[in-house]
Design a protein around this ligand. Structure first.
Ligand code: NAP
Length: 318
């Protein structure tokens, strides 16, 4: 095999980028090698220990992105809307910052002649939430709507881009969406998704799918690939967790509107996101899983993943 082609991976110390780096490193037949990007190499000790090239760059600094992209074949670009703003932040909103970062990445990719960029975007929720309360900068779900608008930066810059949308991470069931023990002693999974099936997936499937898309050359340039491992309703999540815990778990649907008034940070945005999952269910669930499995044969249905992660569920203090 000839020399491996470099894929620069943004967010390499995080969930999505980390999974892309791991997927590339795990495949000895891969024609690619990862160049992991962090703002601070001190955060990337695990990657360095694996022998992975690590470079420092900042999405707010286009020149640093050009250096990180220089000589690479492609890049995986992910931005983190949720990153708290710093005191010296020049942005008026996190959406403006995220769009600025996507613009920097698109221009740097064009300037360095990248052959293939995979941009982790999300769909515009506004058509599905006509009456929802507006959030930051007038969007309904800023972290999604802003990314959808940012697709244009890659297209306008003429960058050969595949757009991927990430699913709701299964891993959120260990944190934000974790089950809890109710006062009556039973385990409850309370989620604001009504009876809707939600496009869900393990973070590992994001990396494996992205790696496979790079492997398809330019055949998926210009396409949007909805990454998913499974479609799960609340009852499906509860059943998988119950099997993993060896104890019944009861799904309790929560009204997204109630969440909006919960006082948690970004409650309005998160409530709108879940309402969007409900309102857009018919369109979002039109996913060709045979095609996705052809790309990534390791795709993990929720039940399989929950069993494999039994210990992590048991480690939750329930
Ligand atoms: N949670 C979900 O279910 C879900 C579903 C779909 C989409 N998403 C989207 O996923 C995105 C976050 O991705 P994630 O979950 O992989 O994040 P994460 O695990 O929180 O990690 C964030 C990553 O972003 C990097 N980063 C942040 N600011 C940066 C900057 N200015 N320059 C360079 N790198 C920067 C960090 O790198 P360093 O700190 O090492 O520099 C870190 O690697 C969000 O925008 C969210 O909307 C999440």
């Amino acid at each position: 095999m000839g020399e491996k082609r470099v894929i620069t991976v943004l967010g390499a110390t995080g969930s999505q980028g980390g999974s892309v780096v791991r997927a590339i490193a795990a495949d000895p037949t891969s024609g690619f090698v990862a160049r992991a990007v962090t703002r601070n190499k001190g955060k990337a000790e695990e990657l360095l220990a694996l022998g992975i090239e690590v470079v420092e760059a900042d999405l707010d600094d286009e020149a640093s992105l050009r250096r990180a992209f220089d000589g690479a074949h492609g890049a995986f670009v992910v931005t983190n809307w949720w990153e708290p703003p710093t005191a010296d932040s020049v942005w008026t909103s996190r959406t403006e910052r995220e769009q600025g970062q996507a613009g920097n990445a698109a221009r740097a990719a064009a300037a360095t002649g990248l052959r293939h960029v995979i941009w982790s975007t999300l769909a515009d929720t506004r058509p599905y939430l006509p009456d929802a309360p507006r959030q930051e900068a007038g969007y309904t779900v800023p972290h999604a709507d802003g990314k959808a608008e940012a697709n244009a930066f890659f297209l306008d810059a003429g960058v050969p881009t595949t757009f991927v949308t990430a699913p709701m991470y299964y891993e959120s069931l260990f944190t934000f969406n974790a089950p809890r023990r109710a006062e009556d002693g039973t385990i409850v999974l309370a989620m604001p998704i009504g009876s809707a099936q939600v496009v869900s997936g393990t973070v590992d499937d994001i990396g494996r799918t992205v790696h496979a898309i790079f492997g398809r050359g330019d055949t998926l340039v210009g396409r949007t690939v909805p990454i998913a491992s499974d479609l799960c309703a609340g009852e499906d999540f509860a059943a998988g967790i119950a099997e993993a815990l060896g104890e019944p778990v009861r799904y309790v649907p929560v009204d997204p509107a109630a969440l909006a008034h919960s006082g948690m940070p970004d409650a309005g945005e998160v409530a709108n996101m879940f309402q969007y999952f409900i309102n857009a269910e018919k369109d979002l669930t039109q996913i060709d899983f045979d095609w996705l499995r052809d790309l990534n044969p390791g795709l993990q249905p929720f039940g399989t993943w929950a069993s494999a992660n039994r210990d992590r569920f048991r480690a939750l203090s329930l």
